[in-house]
Each structure stands twice: as structure tokens, then as C-alpha cells.
Design a protein. Sequence first.
Length: 498
Amino acid sequence: MKSKSVLVIGAGIGGIVAATHLAQHGIKVTVVEKNSRAGGRCDRISRDGHHFDTGPTLLVMPLLYEAEFHALGVQASMHEKLDLQRVDPTYHLVFDDGRQLALTSDMKSMQEQLETFEQGSFQGLLRYMDEGHRHYHLGIEKLVNRDFRKASEFFTLENIPLVYKLKPLINHYGNMSAYFDDPRLKTAFTFQDVYMGLSPFEAPATFSMMPYTELAHGVFYPRGGMYSIVEALMDLAREAGVEFIFDSAVEKIAVNSAHARGLVLANGERLEADAVLANADLPYVYKYLLPESSLADSLARKRFSCSVISFFWGVDKTYETLPPHTLFLADDYRENFDSIIRDLSLPANPCLYIHAPARLDPAMAPSGQDTLIAIVPVGHMSENGEQDWGALRDKARKQVFRRLATLGITDLESHIKFETTFTPLSWLKRYNLMKGSTHGLCHNLTQLGYFRPRNRHSRYHNLYFTGASTHPGTGLPTAMVSGRLSAQRIMDDFESQS
Ligand SMILES: Cc1cc2nc3c(=O)[nH]c(=O)nc-3n(C[C@H](O)[C@H](O)[C@H](O)COP(=O)(O)OP(=O)(O)OC[C@H]3O[C@@H](n4cnc5c(N)ncnc54)[C@H](O)[C@@H]3O)c2cc1C
């Protein structure tokens, strides 16, 4: 392996992790990133003492992080690299009728709260958690933590029982009737599907693994914010000898009939290597960095996850009563997803999320002030470009203030010192995310497991992929898994060539 070299396009989580594994095995790795810093959509904006995580705000699935840091050589625990605190309650849910529910691992508190919504619902939660436990452990072992290089690795006799055990053919929301009657509780334990770019009305019931892991394993927050995960990974990458070139966009992957030869950068420079690994969004790579092909067109026609409009506010006072993670959920839940997924728009009464990081780490805002992030899910960019993102942004902004007023916060607008907003256009421009889709290709059944695009190109056999639009899919810890799996694939191929 020592004489081998790999070029990586993009310093997102998948790219950094793959690069580190490769370099730890003696391979010469160079990462080329268009932006001036690493992290991709796990990015940070800092201004006047306010620090904003512009992408992920929740460290979920801690067991996966632990395993991936361990695989990267962090022997004792990821706690060595990250100063983590558990966030409990995880989310404060606020319903349209003003009722609130604090999701917590404190089962006594859950029992007291749930029984006020629906008698007997705590028993429903315990049964739902039992199913979530099964889905989580089977899902991680059989589907997430491995790749599928051949159809015969996916369609095995051993996997047949998964059709029953993981409920992939049963709709998540419909499945909730087995546990709860109250629509607010069905909402409370399915909204996480939006992370996969899916409506709970179409998502497989398998995704009960998400609410399960949040309550069972916890949601965490690293001191310094989510960007400190990027910093920890970059330390490991640099220790392993990975070279990074920032502020350099890749314009083309140079190929011959069967191989990738290297990269052509926007400044005209050419780089060569034995293999290329693309961490930039996979459908974007097919469409813009490779020669025209029918595959690129068919990928562009696949289903993409939703996008979000995000507001980053530096505020001149502290809103102590605002919890770290507040989710405003809407009664017209189905309409919300129809509007986002079918109409590619903003719902009339959108579900939305507010993050107040200074509740968890006071250093995220200057003393006596606040740092607030509001995220409103919307449809991704349409083919015809008809969406008026300025108008949709203004509507979303009003909805955030309207929902905050239900918590008695009515003066926020007048206390905003500065505001930065991201629309789907920003996601596209900043990170080359196709259609401005924040979670890449969506995670419906026909785009999961073996059906998700392979992490090696079918024609150029030394061109590989990693990241959210590849296997296993979106999420920070899953991007770490994806990076490891892709690195392993490259090393296996190098090994078989030697
Ligand atoms: C708003 C939002 C909220 C999220 N919340 C959470 C959360 O709470 N928890 C969680 O676990 N996950 C969350 N995620 C998902 C998580 O952030 C992503 O799944 C993960 O970071 C994806 O990493 P990736 O490896 O696909 O790389 P990406 O982030 O896609 O990075 C790819 C890199 O490639 C670079 N690049 C692109 N084109 C080129 C080019 N031509 N030349 C050079 N470089 C290029 C880009 O600039 C970028 O740096 C969220 C994502 C978003 C957007």
C-alpha cells in the first residue's frame, strides 16, 4: 500500500474519515476542498462572539460515533477527543394547541407526561421502544455497518427474516397505531423521519430506530459545538499525514475508457493518483465532474431529500426559558410533508425547530446575549426553478416568530443584532448539494441498502464515493461509517491488484 496514492474530492465528514483510514495504512492521501475549511455541511459561522453550527446540531447515535472513533485509533473513548454532555430532555415539543412534551430518558417523567395526553400511552411507549431496540440493533448490524458490493451480499437467505423483523414494508406512521391513538404522540415519535428526507406516511417503520436511540443511548452536545467533531477528526487526519488543499474546486475528474487518472482543478492544475474518492455529493459528481452519461441523468431523476431554510441570529439578550432544542409540531402533519415532498414548497403551518446552543455551552454567545438558530424544512429546488426563495424565506421567518410567540417570546425580532439565512440556493452554492437537498438522495426503500448507489463506479473501477448520498446515507455518524467502508473498499482493491 505504501506506494499507492489517493485523491479525495471534498473535506466533508466522509472525506476526512476515509482519508484518515487510508493514510493510517501508509497510502499518500491528498484532499482537495473548494471551501476554506473542512467539515462540508457540518460547518460553522462565527461573528462577534456568536458561534453557529450551520448544519448538524444534534449528536445522535453515540454508539456509532464511539465505534468509528475507535476504528480511527482512538483507543479509550471518543470522550478523549470530545468534551461531551448528555442533553436530557432531548427535545421540547410544542404542539399547535400549546401543549408541550419534554422527551426524556427519565421514564418516570415520561410516564407522567404521556398519561396526560392519553391513558395507557406509557405502556405503548415501552412497546414502541422494544421495537425500536430491535430495529436499531438489527438495522445497524445488517444494513448500516457494512456495504453491499454484490447483489448476492444483500439478497441472502439470512436476510429474508429482516422483511418481518425490520418492518421495511410497513409505513411508519401507520405502524404507530399499534402504540398510540393520540395523533400528537404519533407525531412525537415519527418526526425524526424528516432527517432521512422522508415523510412518516411513506417511511418504513424500521426508522423507529431513531426515537429509540435518542431516548435509550442519548443525545449529546460537544463543548464548542458540533464543529468540534470536525476539529477532532481533522487532528486525527493530520496526525495520519493527510494533506489538505483548501480553496480549490475540482472542475473535472480526468478519465480514460476504464479508469480515473486524476483531477483537474478550477485553476487548471492537474493532480494524478492511483485512485480518486469523491466525497462531494454523488449525483453532483456524476453530473458535473464526469463525462456525460445516462447514469448521471437517471441519478438526477432519483428522489432527493428535502431542504431547509435556516436563520442564524445574533441576539442582544438571553432567552433563558428557551430550551436547547425546541420543536414546534403542526397538527396538519400530513399536509406538512405533502407540501414539502410533493409540492416542493413551504407548508402553510410548518413544523420547525429552534436551537439555542448557549443553553448547553455559554461560550456559544457573548455574556448576556444569545445565539439562536431556526430551521424550517422546505422542498428541495425544482427542475423549473419556479420557487421564489426570497418570498418563502420571508414567510418562514414570520412563522418562526409566530410559533415563538406561543411560548411568550414576542420581542425577538427587535433584539436581533444580525441575521444570516440559508435557503436551498445556499446549500447548492456552498457545498454543491444537488437541488439544494440537505440530506442528499432520500432514504426510501428503493434507494436503501443494495439499491443505494454503489461506492465504486461501475465503469471507472478506481473511482469511489463516500458521503450522505452513498451507503449507508445521511447523518454525521453514518458519514463516518461511509468513509470507513469506502476506504476499506479502496484498500481491498489495492490489495487484490498487488
Ligand atoms: C441543516 C442540516 C442539519 C443536519 N442535522 C444533523 C444532525 O443534527 N445530526 C446529524 O448527525 N446529521 C445532521 N445532518 C446531516 C450531516 O450533516 C450530513 O449527513 C454529513 O455532514 C454529510 O457529510 P458528507 O460526508 O456527505 O460530506 P458533505 O458535507 O457533503 O461535504 C462534501 C464536501 O465536498 C466539497 N465539495 C463539493 N464539490 C466540490 C468540488 N467540486 N471540489 C472540491 N470540493 C468540493 C464541499 O464543499 C464539502 O466540503 C444535517 C445536515 C444539514 C444540512
